[in-house]
Every structure is written in C-alpha cells, then in structure tokens.
Design a protein around this ligand. Sequence first.
Ligand code: AMO
Length: 429
Amino acid sequence: MRTHYSKELNPSMNGQKVKVAGWANDIRLLGNIAFINLRDRDGYIQLTFPKSKYPAFDQLKNITKESVLSAEGILKESNQAKNGFEILPERVEILSKSETPLPLDFSGKIQSEMETRLNSRFMDLRNPKVAAVFKVRDSLLSGIHTFMDEQGFIEVQTPKIVAAAAEGGATLFPVKYFEQQAYLTQSPQLFKQILMSSGLDRVYEIAPAFRAEKSNTTRHLSEFTSFDFELAFIDSMDDVLEMMENLITNTLKYVNANAKEQLDLLEIELKIPKTPFTRITFQETQKLLEKEGKTIVNDVDTEAEKMLGEIMAKKGSEFYFITHFPSEEKPFYIMENGEYCYSFDLDYKGEEMSSGGQREHRYPELVERIKKQGLKPKDFEFYLNAFKYGMPPHGGMGLGVERLVEKVLCLPNVREAVLFPRDRDRLVP
Ligand code: AMO
C-alpha cells in the first residue's frame, strides 16, 4: 500500500511519484487549501491539497482525525514543510475511518492517567515517545541475544506450567491441570539447573514468569519477562559476576548503537558503566546504611535499596553487586557457607535488576538445604534426580527485562516497559 515510509522520503526526491500510508494525525481545512499531517511508524509526512489542483477537495471534510489513509502523489520540495518536502496527492483513499471523539488524547499535550492510557493502549502507543520505549526494548533484547550467542550459550524454552515452586509458595498462581494441581512458573530456575547436568552447559532463556504479587507497586508485575542464564564449570560466583557485567556493558553499547534515534527522542543519554562493577557484601551494605540511620536485618528492602542507590551514585557507581547474603534469606538452590551464601543482587540506580549466585550442586547438601527451609525433598524429586548422576558446579542469574528497560529509560513505573501489563487489578486489555 505504500512505496515508502516517511523516513525513506527526502527533499532530493522532488518530482517523484510516491505512495504513502498512515494515520491522519492532524487535519487543517482552509478555504482554498487543506493539509493533512500523516503519521506512520517512523514519523510524519505533510500532505498538501490546493483546491485548484485536487478535484475531490470537498470530500476531505469526511476524513476524521486518526483515520487510516493511503495517498499517492508527487513529492515536492518545500521550505515551509517541516521535513523540507510535502506531497501533493492525486488520490487519497480512506482505508479505515476513525470514530470520534477519540478515547484518549495521546499527543502528550494533556497528561493522561496511566490507567486511562493502559485502557486504550493501542492508541497510547500512537505517541512516538511511547512507541520508542518498545523499540529500545527490542534493541536491548537483540543486544542480549547477540552477546549470549557470542559467548556460546544456547537459547532454551522451559515449561511455564509447573508442579513445584522455585521461589517460595507465597506468589504462586494455581492452575488446574487436568486432575492435578499445577502452577504458573515463577522462574525457570529448576529447569535451567537440571540442564546443567545434561551437557548443554551454557543455556539462557527469555520468557514470561508469573508472580501473584499482592501489592501494587511501581516495580512489580504479575507477569514479567525473565531473562535467565545458567553457566556450568564455574570456579566460583565471580565467574557469574564477570559474565553479568560483560553482558550489561555489551548490551548497553548495542542499544546505544542501534536505538540512537529512540534514545534521542526520549532524551536519554545512556552511560556505559565501567567494569568491574563495584561489589559490596551484604555486611558492608548493612554498615553503609547504618551510617545513614537505616537498619536492615536479612534483606535489602525497597527503602534501603533506594538509599543505597544514592550512596553508590555519590561514589560514581550506577551498577553494583550486593553479594554474600545471609543464608536463610536466599532460596534452597543457592550454595551456602555457614552464615552467608554465594548469592548476589545486581542493582542499578537504587533498584534490583537481577539476582543469582553459585548453586548447590552437591546432592546431600542440596537435600539438607531443602529440608532446612521447611520443604519436602519428595516434592523436588524431578529436580534432585539431575544431581545424582554427575552435576557440574554451576551458577547463574535471573534478570527482570522490564526493570532494566524502566531504569535505562528513567521511566517512572515498570508498567511503562510492558505493552499490556498484568498487575493486581489489571487483566485486560
Ligand atoms: P528473583 O526472584 O530475584 O530471582 O527474580 C529475578 C529478577 O526478576 C525480576 N522480578 C520481577 N520483575 C517485575 N515484577 C516482579 N513481580 C518481579 N519479580 C522478580 C527482578 C528480579 O531481580 N531464580 C532466581 C534467579 C536466579 O537465581 O537465577 C529468581 O527468580 O528484576
């Protein structure tokens, strides 16, 4: 239906016949001339209709704002038009007439509530700045795929309907699975670990994960995109941390190189962090926060995360690892060493992006840890079997893709980084 997208047109094509298509972003009907500002995926095109040259001039009044049009005509260089050219259409076809009034002013001139915007997300996304978020997200995911591929990881898909909780029972969504009780997966954790004993010793997955988060916050979703990797034959947790920081820097470089236009539109200057990222232990974190009057016991709560973000920003670190959490705080699959365990969180500007660690690969120790956490080894038989017949030392991490997009683009809410967010109150659209 088109010969060119807006981006592919320029004044040097003066005199050329072109066909364009898109939405009627703005319509101005004057006595002897009319203008339609046509919007497509990449930008805007000015259609100019002098009454004397366009026989169907009177029919232009039937076009409503946001109707979908195609227009064929001659491109003409013009100093008055924004892009330095306009199109003088010979023919315009209304492909889909828009109803009025519109459910949302998506132009950004009037600030709409997030709820209103999400209710009419199809229209909200017609705002180029809103759409740019998803182009950056796409670029970020391409960057991740590129890096993982270069590092010899294979991409896998593991089940989303599962029989056991990987991350504790509190946030499980139950599913009736024929005659059995099943759940939506919270994380591919158990499966990516099982794969470490299979010989596929570097795997990654980017897939939905589900958490029945009871409270509505700006950083929690009921359905999020979990990017996980698992790496076998590691000497220590440091191997995972190094992979992680290379992954982050390479991915951000990729985004800078491939989504420059969108970053500019969103006025984001993306800084590439220096490696190695700062590493602080949980104990050191406790001390740093204590100085600021904040006490943490076993975990870094949201307030503490934010405070730590400010402390680290002053030291020039946007990305930093918190390592060696107390053993009882972290899931059974993490390897412990007495009081603390080989686990880490990767935080970015005061928010947790990822957590991971070295896993307990020794069967007897793993069974002990499961029991210690009040769980039944029998419920994890399918997982534990993989540890009985040759399981290499391994580690890995899980990262919330939406949280990374949120922080990279300085968005006020994680929902801005999801096309159709799912939360405590939202199931449609
Ligand atoms: P964890 O539970 O910390 O670890 O989750 C990993 C990362 O996933 C993101 N995340 C979320 N994002 C949005 N909404 C949510 N409700 C939500 N829950 C988690 C966060 C978090 O850092 N199996 C381990 C990972 C591992 O050890 O490999 C796990 O799932 O960014």
